[in-house]
Design a protein around this ligand. Structure first.
Ligand SMILES: Nc1ncnc2c1ncn2[C@@H]1O[C@H](COP(=O)(O)OP(=O)(O)OP(=O)(O)O)[C@@H](O)[C@H]1O
Length: 254
């Protein structure tokens, strides 16, 4: 196995304020890793940095050669603008843009791949549905179809199963396992500890800094999880108090 993404003393944040400190470690090529930690522990921030959406405040991210063969990043669905006038085909076809260019037409072969991707996620027949009319689960299925078409070597998923029913979760997990079986590198932010234990061989546990990173069984210990909660809460003790019980208030409350 060789490294595909190496984090070297990585510090991340917003407007110069650090949110994640001094993370170092390596994602191996073909590995499948869950990123876990309490709310506000910096999971999405880390994924955004790996995707290249935000730049490190300090340290670096070194990307291996596989990276050049493409990366697919699925942000939290809350970050997706659903009011944009597009149908399912438009949304999913975005997965092809690297191959065909932004304004290229869809070839017959592309159309077949698109159809197969919709089939694979259980959305055959939804081609012309406006994305604003989809349920949360259907939107997530469409986004997975887009990732399928991207055919990327590295796949980054931010809370892909949040607010999604069991049946959809199990269908989409099937796809994630398939990607892993195909030797792609998968990194997913997740909240469901049970799912992490069952599906993800590697885990990165975050609490504003790295608590542990390695085989899931070794990382998801009661002691580690207790430490991660304590550290995230301790961080917020120094922030102005906010009532909503959510750590997201840390910066917003200032
Ligand atoms: N765009 C932003 N501008 C300023 N601060 C931000 C921004 N996005 C996130 N933060 C802050 O960075 C910290 C880490 O947030 P992040 O979203 O990475 O946590 P998370 O572990 O993904 O949380 P959750 O489980 O609630 O989704 C939080 O204190 C958050 O308020």
């Amino acid at each position: 196995m060789s490294a595909i993404i190496k984090l070297d003393n990585l510090t991340l944040g917003y407007d110069g304020h650090p949110a994640v400190h001094h993370v170092s470690g390596t994602f191996e090529q073909g590995s499948m890793t869950a990123v876990v930690g309490p709310n506000g522990s910096g999971k999405s921030t880390l994924l955004k940095a790996i995707a290249g959406v935000i730049k490190p405040l300090d340290g670096s991210i070194i990307r291996g050669s596989d990276w050049r063969q493409g990366m697919a990043y699925l942000p939290q669905s809350a970050e997706i603008d659903r009011s944009f006038p597009a149908d399912v085909t438009d949304l999913v076809a975005l997965g092809l843009w690297k191959q065909r260019g932004l304004f290229g037409g869809i070839s017959r072969a592309d159309a077949e791949r698109l159809e197969a991707a919709l089939q694979a996620v259980g959305l055959a027949g939804f081609e012309r549905r406006g994305i604003d009319t989809l349920s949360g689960g259907q939107l997530q299925r469409a986004l997975f179809a887009r990732v399928l078409l991207q055919d990327a070597k590295v796949i980054l998923l931010d809370e892909p199963f949040t607010a999604i029913d069991e049946r959809t979760v199990s269908d989409l997990i099937g796809l994630v396992r398939r990607w892993h079986g195909e030797g792609r590198t998968v990194i997913a932010v997740l909240h469901d500890a049970e799912m992490v234990r069952q599906v993800f061989p590697q885990t990165l546990l975050l609490a504003r800094e790295l608590i542990d990173w390695g085989p899931t069984e070794a990382v998801m210990t009661r002691e580690n999880l207790r430490r991660s909660r304590g550290m995230t809460e301790a961080w917020d003790e120094h922030a102005p108090w906010h009532e909503d019980g959510h750590n997201h208030g840390h910066e917003a409350a200032q």
